[in-house]
Design a binder for this molecule. Sequence first.
Ligand code: ADP
Ligand code: MG
Length: 250
Amino acid sequence: MSIVPTGVPGLDQMLNGGFPKSRVVLVVGGPGAGKTIIGAQFLYKGITEYDENGIYISLDENKEHFQSEMRKFGWDFKKVEEEEKFAFIDATTMSRVAALREKVYGEISTLRGKQLPIDKLVEQLDEKIKQIDAKRVVLDTLATLFHRFPDPIERRIAVIDLIESLSELKITTIVTTELNRRGLDRTVSVEEYMIHGVIMMQTLFSEGVTSRALQVEKMRETKINPNLVPYTIDKDGIEVFPEVTLFERR
Ligand SMILES: Nc1ncnc2c1ncn2[C@@H]1O[C@H](COP(=O)(O)OP(=O)(O)O)[C@@H](O)[C@H]1O
Ligand SMILES: [Mg+2]
């Protein structure tokens, strides 16, 4: 099995080299955990250090915003897009149009993917993959989909549909999602059989000190470091410290 280096210092060590190639990995974290940054880092380092082109599918922010935010880390997504090494798929309007239609017509469909046309999205992705010969994909974030599909059954169908389609593309993929107060959204954990690995990003508060902590919850076919370890976000992006264990395992 081939290994794909993530481009996140320290994380590859925890994963015995990186992600398994052509699989879907879920990155879970609350708002501000660094999900967008880790996804962008995976793509940018992929392009600039590992010669693997990438595609970012955004469900909640537009291209200009993404590009200007990521420039702060020295990642010039505009340039790599011009070089046809990167593509940005703006799926925010897709979901907005569907939301509007629903509002105007009171149309709530039980059909697969109608509220976010998942088949169209996947079709567009497939086209882009071929066009730029992409090897990496990031979908950020599933959490948006949860707001779009308030009905848990419809939501589950949409999530299955999307993740199944992504895994069929045989591209190394990160899908991000949010952690709610009760922990991992059950909708996603139910679908975990289609997901190859899960990485948790958390913010811990203890005695007035805030620390960021990451854990590789699972990664099939990989010998992982299962410890909860610290990570930082600074001007170079995300770094993980696998040697530092926050809690001893019992
Ligand atoms: N240069 C920086 N130095 C330190 N922290 C930063 C920097 N830039 C952004 N952050 C932190 O990154 C977080 C936002 O990351 P982001 O990937 O957008 O989160 P998410 O997508 O999970 O909501 C915020 O908590 C912010 O404080
Ligand atoms: Mg984000």
